[in-house]
Design a protein around this ligand. Structure first.
Ligand SMILES: [Fe+2]
Length: 322
């Protein structure tokens, strides 16, 4: 960390008053083969292992300064353990703890040292059936590389890994998208950038942000507690194309793309890790300020909303989740 950078405190939190959720911190998933999964996320995605414990591996992307953005944990089934969001300030934890409790969900305090690479956090279940964690203080690991080349993230073509600079967002499934969205909006302060409505005007998909990007978190209709995908950021369309080459080189199963979304306007590829968890690489979009009006898509243009070029959805995209 640059000691002259007054925007940051030594503890890895943000200086200044509490301001709520900052961004996605990390996604914790369970995997049935820790070695295979770790090999994929390091060799194909190009992430770096920052810590290992008896049953878990912690990884970060090359331009991330926080300890990890992905935790893989061995378990007999593949799924999502939790999604963790970083808040600006430790005082945000107390404020949000109170708000979640008032909504009627019990909140657990996890003390510093109980979770690898981070300080105190709070955890609770959400109406979408997910465990959500909020954390203020995440350990900073290593110096930020001054360039992608220095970080080893860019090699002359053909390169053998994707090398995204950072994690971007996650999309989860919920039986009642409207109820889940209301919680994320009213209790946690997410702003809805876009929504997809069915013929009765009910939300079947919502895209929400805290970091002035099209989405940090999205919810689509599906079983409670499900993970549809988590997404890595790429800097531009050329990198999406290169990622497609890397995926083909490794024989990775592509789900959809490269293509563009109507919702978020981003360019994308969806693909599966070796154990069936859907990944995405994502770039583009726009910058929504807090006064950005929610964009609404209706069922009759749902195909174009999700896959702008194809104009239709495929079954696997709609039905497969972990
Ligand atoms: Fe996505």
């Amino acid at each position: 960390m640059d000691p002259t950078d007054s925007r940051r405190s030594a503890a890895g939190t943000v200086a200044g008053p509490p301001r709520g959720i900052l961004r996605l911190s990390h996604v914790d998933v369970s995997v049935t083969d820790l070695d295979l999964s770790t090999a994929y996320y390091t060799q194909v995605m190009g992430m770096e292992v920052t810590a290992r414990t008896g049953d878990a591996v912690y990884l970060r992307c090359w331009d991330e300064e926080d300890h990890h953005s992905l935790r893989l944990r061995y378990a007999p089934r593949v799924g999502m353990d939790l999604m963790s969001f970083k808040v600006h300030h430790a005082d945000d934890l107390a404020d949000l703890e109170q708000r979640v409790s008032r909504y009627g969900f019990p909140v657990e305090r996890v003390s510093a040292g109980e979770s690898v690479g981070q300080g105190e956090s709070i955890r609770f279940s959400t109406p979408s059936g997910h465990v959500m964690e909020l954390v203020a203080d995440v350990e900073k690991v290593g110096a930020r590389p001054r360039s992608r080349i220095e970080a080893g993230g860019l090699e002359p073509f053909p390169r053998d890994h994707i090398g995204p600079p950072r994690m971007d967002h996650t999309l989860v499934t919920a039986e009642e998208v409207g109820e889940a969205t209301q919680f994320y909006r009213d209790v946690l302060g997410f702003r809805i950038t876009e929504q997809l409505l069915d013929g009765n005007g009910h939300q079947v998909g919502t895209w929400m942000e805290r970091s002035h990007t099209p989405h940090d978190l999205a919810v689509v209709k599906g079983p409670n507690g499900g993970l549809h995908h988590f997404a890595f950021w790429l800097d531009d369309w050329d990198e999406v194309r290169d990622a497609a080459d890397v995926l083909a080189h490794h024989g990775i199963q592509v789900d959809v793309g490269p293509t563009r979304h109507g919702i978020t306007r981003g360019s994308t590829i969806y693909f599966f890790d070796p154990l069936g968890t859907r990944n995405e690489v994502f770039t583009g979009g726009y910058r929504p300020d807090p006064d950005f009006p929610t964009l609404t898509w209706t069922g009759d243009n749902a195909g174009r909303a999700i896959f702008y070029y194809e104009g239709e959805l495929n079954d696997r995209f709609m039905k497969v989740h972990t």
